[in-house]
Write a protein that binds this ligand. Structure first.
Ligand code: AMP
Ligand code: MG
Length: 313
């Protein structure tokens, strides 16, 4: 009981054998990453102020086992906004998150340290290793399970967390500096532009489960989508990195160099986009996303990834 209470306090929700909508078969035996941690933040927002400093109010993360397609562990916390402590009505309507929930939440710096502890637990109990971690050896050992982060668009890690940590001078775990953007991966793998996460699921005949714009439900549904894509033959590769890349990380990003001038690729903003910060984070964008031959099976070859950091709503 006491352990359960501690786990809850740490934002740790352990899940066992909870099935996703993906059939119980081996989903991705050919994957580079044994695990993917799917993150989908919710933040303060207002109907009209698109460029206001946004603060994270919900911090969920789900651990997707790429072999089984199951979610093996979850982390979840509501976070107290400090620059704009009172949620707008619009924000509560959109996300379903109430003033009471955020007031009962924790400040971002505490959430980040709990998140770090969750990651450490995964490292110790499941042999999870991150490609951009400072380590002595370059190759993962037999007991190590490679893991990276996955989000829908580059907004969560490239804009939202990045700028909030900069503004508040908070230390962000280094492992959060590279990730897979599932939206661009989806576009390239199926050669079509999805209409949001829900549209992407619907196109594959999957119904969104739960509440849209709830961070935890969005994360779980993003994980289901990723699992489906892997069972369709998509090999997940890192699409974005904010740090200079080690040889190890480079090898996981892509094998061929890009012939496109990726700097020309603009952050596109249309009326439906509520670009939190239209300027790009000071990142090194990796254009060299290439698919291994397996990725060609379902929806055509993956091409080069385009650099877009805006969130499509
Ligand atoms: P999502 O993951 O799509 O739920 O969006 C993440 C965050 O982006 C939300 O918590 C809001 O802060 C913001 N957002 C999403 N959709 C909208 C919208 N239509 N208008 C304003 N902000 C939005
Ligand atoms: Mg969301």
């Amino acid at each position: 009981m006491a352990t359960k209470k501690l786990a809850r306090e740490l934002g740790l929700l352990q899940r066992r054998n909870q099935s996703s909508s993906v059939p119980k078969k081996t989903v991705g035996s050919n994957q580079i990453f044994s695990y993917l941690i799917v993150i989908d933040f919710e933040s303060t927002c207002w109907r009209e102020k698109n460029n206001y400093n946004q603060e994270i109010i919900e911090f969920p993360a789900v651990l997707l086992n790429t072999r089984t397609g199951e979610i093996d562990s979850e982390f979840h916390n509501y976070v107290q906004p400090q620059e704009h402590p009172v949620l707008s009505e619009f924000c509560t309507e959109l996300t379903g998150i109430t003033q009471i929930q955020v007031e009962a939440g924790i400040p971002l710096h505490i959430c980040l340290s709990q998140f770090n502890r969750w990651l450490q637990t995964l490292q110790h109990t499941m042999g999870v290793v991150f490609p951009n971690e400072q380590r002595n050896t370059s190759a993962p050992s037999a007991t190590e399970n490679m893991c990276t982060f996955l989000t829908w668009s580059d907004w969560d890690l490239g804009v939202c967390l990045q700028y909030e940590c900069k503004r508040k001078q908070l230390h962000k775990p280094d492992v959060l500096n590279s990730w897979i953007d599932l939206r661009s991966t989806y576009r390239l793998f199926y050669s079509r532009k999805p209409k949001g996460l829900n549209g992407a699921l619907q196109d594959l005949g999957i119904q969104f489960s739960g509440r849209e714009h709830s961070g935890l439900d969005d994360s779980r549904n993003t994980a289901r989508l990723a699992a489906r894509m892997m069972s369709d033959g998509c090999v997940m590769r890192i699409t974005r990195s904010l740090q200079s890349t080690s040889a190890r990380l480079k090898s996981l990003i892509g094998k061929t160099s890009c012939s496109t001038d990726y700097k020309k690729e603009q952050v596109t903003v249309d009326e439906k986009e509520n670009t939190v910060n239209p300027s790009k984070p000071s990142s090194s964008i990796h254009p060299a996303l290439t698919a291994s031959p397996d990725a060609a099976t379902a929806g055509g070859m993956m091409k080069l990834v385009s650099g877009c950091s805006a969130k499509l709503y």
